[in-house]
Design a binder for this molecule. Structure first.
Ligand code: 5GP
Length: 120
């Protein structure tokens, strides 16, 4: 599978579609999900062209992998849902069985309320 440059998150990264930005640095963009499933629902994406977590881990530079994960902590601190607050959940859907809809790697961050069962 090759990366689809016309996926929705690629368009958001290029500024062709709007987003409600939460956090940005040289490697990462985070924005509110358009259809939130919980009180806080944020999408975190790397700026590089990676389809999913497997593709990312196999192809990204170490700095990209490190910065992507470090960004999570900065984002949850900013949202006041870190482990020092009430906590949160990180989830990434991968492939068909994972239910991935947008083929650009993303983590979902859920918080702001009790998230409930791990999988529904
Ligand atoms: P997936 O099922 O691929 O893990 O999740 C894709 C997520 O992207 C869904 O939660 C969906 O609501 C969100 N989404 C789809 N299109 C847009 C959009 O144009 N803007 C934003 N902010 N989120 C989107």
């Amino acid at each position: 599978m090759t990366y689809d440059k016309n996926n929705i998150f690629a368009k958001i990264l290029r500024g062709e579609l709007p987003c409600k930005k939460v956090y940005e640095n040289d490697f990462v963009l985070a924005f509110y999900d358009i259809n939130p499933q919980k009180k806080i629902h944020v999408i975190v994406i790397p700026k590089g062209e990676y389809i999913d977590l497997d593709h990312f881990i196999q192809n990204a530079k170490d700095i990209e992998i490190i910065e992507f994960n470090k960004a999570i902590l900065n984002i949850v601190k900013k949202l006041k849902i870190s482990s020092k607050d009430n906590g949160y959940r990180v989830l990434s859907n991968i492939g068909i069985d994972g239910g991935q809809e947008v083929p650009h790697l993303h983590y979902h961050i859920f918080g702001g309320q009790n998230i409930g069962k791990m999988v529904v």
